[in-house]
Write a protein that binds this ligand. Structure first.
Ligand code: GLN
Length: 268
């Protein structure tokens, strides 16, 4: 059986300001190295909403306030409701920084009116203006859920899906660069606890959010090359949902990724 995933890349021309396209590269290569075909669907302002209907995995990256407003208007009126339906239906997604802000109820930028969002995640974000510094720098956080323990695979099957050995990592590392402060609704689970850096708002000690199979995070870097088991979690969830089967991915040689992860995790 040939496995194939449709990967929706939201607003690549507007929301890739902080190198987040690296997450698309990682998802694509980690599938291809396992013989899983990937079809990247670039979703722009001009793309019809119907193009989203058969996507198996969603990615949306960071942006400056101006581009966030342009994409945000289209997201609220056109694509956001479909993304909300997919997320509610457990399609896996990764929303980074501005995208993480955009999936909430609103983002109040440094200047101008609040940018309303489709409320995919129960959160809101406010820029504190000149009252507080921008949150910039290396970040380290400890995951709250243990569901990211990766079931890695010995390299046997030609599809890269075979018998298991367990590996796990509970830290995520990256780089943050945001002015907005994000506040989660009472029932929305944070993604991780901050060890170093600001995270959601520099106050409550949390970073990101986890809802069904979707992750919101402030971690640029990009996130996935330095935390490849998160990429594998997203890929496995997408395959499981599409093929209605328990999926365990073949283990890859992550030597370089582990070195990058370890280097950032030791920064203090
Ligand atoms: N423009 C938003 C902010 O400054 C998001 C920035 C980003 O995506 N890195 O908070």
């Amino acid at each position: 059986m040939n496995f194939r995933l449709n990967l929706a890349w939201m607003y690549p021309d507007l929301m890739s300001t902080y190198g987040d396209r690296g997450n698309i590269i990682v998802l694509t290569k980690r599938c291809q190295w396992r013989g899983i075909e990937v079809n990247i669907k670039e979703i722009t302002l001009e793309t019809k909403v119907s193009e989203l209907s058969n996507c198996d995995l969603i990615f949306m990256g960071g942006a400056q306030d101006r581009q966030q407003k342009i994409a945000g208007d289209d997201f609220l009126k056109n694509k956001g409701p479909m993304i909300k339906e997919l997320v509610e239906n457990s399609v896996p997604a990764l929303f980074v920084c501005a995208a993480y802000q955009a999936v909430g109820h609103f983002y109040k930028p440094y200047q101008g009116e609040p940018i309303p969002g489709p409320g995919i995640f129960d959160l809101h974000t406010e820029h504190p203006g000149d009252q507080a510094k921008r949150l910039i720098g290396n970040v380290v956080a400890e995951l709250i859920s243990d569901q990211f323990d990766v079931i890695a695979r010995s390299p046997v099957s030609k599809y890269g899906i075979n018998s298991a050995t367990k590996q796990s990592s509970h830290l995520i590392v990256g780089f943050e660069n945001h002015g907005g402060r994000t506040y989660l609704g009472k029932k929305l689970q944070p993604f991780a606890r901050v060890i170093k850096g600001g995270g959601n708002n520099g106050e409550d000690g949390y970073e990101g959010a986890l809802y069904k199979n979707s992750i919101g995070s402030y971690f640029h870097g990009p996130l996935l090359p330095k935390n490849p088991y998160i990429a594998d979690w997203l890929i496995a969830k997408a395959l499981e949902k599409k093929y209605v089967a328990k999926i365990r991915l073949r283990q890859l040689d992550d030597g370089l990724e582990k070195q990058a992860h370890k280097f950032v995790s030791t920064l203090r």
